[in-house]
Design a protein around this ligand. Structure first.
Ligand SMILES: Cc1cc2nc3c(=O)[nH]c(=O)nc-3n(C[C@H](O)[C@H](O)[C@H](O)COP(=O)(O)OP(=O)(O)OC[C@H]3O[C@@H](n4cnc5c(N)ncnc54)[C@H](O)[C@@H]3O)c2cc1C
Length: 406
């Protein structure tokens, strides 16, 4: 039992254990979470091997960064709000075992903006016609889950969060249980917890192919190695097509640059405790309070299309200026902030933005997760647990029904 007596997948036993060995491919948040979950669920009776082409959490992976947004308000799909609650409990567990909090619930502020008299809708709220429609349906789901939130009128916004102001702000809603996860630290914590629970870690080992064969599966690695397991979890994100070639080209890969602004001097109002994470549902720009001396801001809209995650380049000319100008429409203190650095990450977008969490073969000897569409970090421990359970039991967890490949 975790936070507030809330039970998580790790508390639910697997039942009869027929599969005794599982390989996990990919050492991002999904892979390290799946490996840890497999070791915990297996209770010492399952051999768990984690393969990573480089090092878990390396700087080219999507899970690499100081922070990632965590939120309860995730749109109209009730599964995601339920997963947020379970993830919160699991992040707390990781923090407790690791000895340092992984999740910081500083709140997330959602803004709807109006320009030229009309409300503006970002891609984030697709397929809704308006940001308001998306927000109202999302808040209905929050009500159904008894997840707290607060609407802030203009005077309340000025009182509670005076750092956010501007003529375009039309609506403001706070998700107070939300915040950010210390991303790279959480990946290494989960890796270490997994190793402590018995996971065999194989860094710098690229898996070139996996096949479901008879009552198991065979992994082929760089240099001609082969290993047999009862089942496997492929958590290779946008690289999935290198291992399961039929998936190559099914995801839309885009570059997603991040901008780290030097914190303006004398700006305590931008610090953790005073400033929440913020997301504009109209411009799709978002940002964080000061963390390690910088303020991270980014645009969630698709960047340059790429064919493979290794193809990434520098942020496009003009990107930094555009993002800073968009966020300073509602955080004016950032208008003249100077840039500390940029980093180009990537999204592996599925057609409809839903994660793809499915089995490759009928017996679920090979299960996989991809199409994370820039949203999966917050749910990493839950997605990892479900994929591990699926691979170890051969039975699809009921809440993965809606995440089949389409
Ligand atoms: C700019 C940006 C901002 C984001 N913001 C948020 C956010 O605020 N909140 C949120 O919830 N999510 C966010 N996301 C999304 C989230 O970070 C990703 O969905 C998540 O990290 C994906 O994790 P993963 O483990 O699937 O993939 P990755 O972290 O990419 O890990 C995949 C791993 O597989 C390894 N691998 C690949 N091929 C092989 C192979 N053949 N053999 C062995 N290993 C292999 C890779 O080396 C890599 O380490 C963001 C993403 C980006 C890019």
């Amino acid at each position: 039992m975790e936070r507030g007596g809330y039970s998580t997948g790790l508390d639910r036993p697997l039942g009869r254990l027929e599969r005794r060995s599982v390989a996990v491919v990919g050492g991002g948040i999904v892979g390290v979470s799946a490996a840890y979950a497999a070791a915990v669920l297996g209770g010492g009776r399952v051999k768990v091997s984690l393969y990573e082409a480089a090092e878990a959490g390396h700087s080219g992976a999507a899970s690499y960064d100081a922070t990632r947004v965590f939120r309860y308000l995730n749109g109209p799909d009730p599964v995601l709000t339920a997963w947020a609650r379970e993830s919160h409990a699991l992040w707390d567990r990781v923090g407790r075992l690791w000895g340092s909090a992984a999740l910081h619930p500083v709140g997330v502020l959602f803004l709807v903006e109006r320009r030229d008299g009309a409300s503006v809708r970002g891609r984030h709220v697709w397929p809704y016609d308006s940001a308001e429609g998306w927000l109202e349906d999302s808040l209905r789901v929050m009500d159904e889950h008894n997840a707290p939130y607060r609407r802030l009128s203009a005077p309340a916004l000025a009182r509670v969060y005076p750092q956010f102001h501007g003529p375009a702000i039309e609506q403001a809603v706070v998700d107070p249980g939300a915040g950010f996860v210390e991303a790279s630290k959480a990946v290494s914590a989960l890796l270490r917890l997994g190793i402590g629970a018995g996971v065999e870690y194989h860094p710098n080992t690229r898996v070139t192919r996996v096949e479901a064969v008879g009552d198991g599966c065979v992994l082929h690695t760089d240099g001609g190695g082969e290993a047999r397991f009862d089942s496997s979890v492929i958590a290779a994100n946008g690289w999935v097509g290198d291992i399961l070639p039929a998936l190559a080209g099914t995801l839309a890969l885009t570059e997603q640059p991040l901008v780290y602004l030097k914190a303006p001097v004398e700006a305590p109002e931008l610090s953790v405790g005073r400033m929440p994470v913020f997301i504009s549902l109209s411009s799709d720009c978002y940002g964080f309070p000061i963390h390690d001396g910088v303020i991270k801001v980014a645009d969630d809209n698709p960047g340059r299309a790429i064919d493979h995650p290794d193809e990434r380049r520098e942020a496009e000319e003009g990107y930094v200026g555009r993002v800073v100008s968009k966020v300073s429409r509602f955080v004016p203190a950032l208008k003249d902030a100077s840039v500390d650095r940029t980093h180009v990450c990537f999204y592996d977008r599925s057609e409809d933005g839903r994660f793809i969490l499915d089995a490759w073969d009928e017996e679920a000897r090979v299960v996989y997760g991809c199409g994370m569409s820039g949203r999966a970090f917050k749910f990493g421990p839950v997605i990892g647990e479900r994929l591990a359970r699926f691979a170890l039991s051969g039975r699809r967890p009921s809440d993965l029904e809606g995440f089949r490949a389409r």
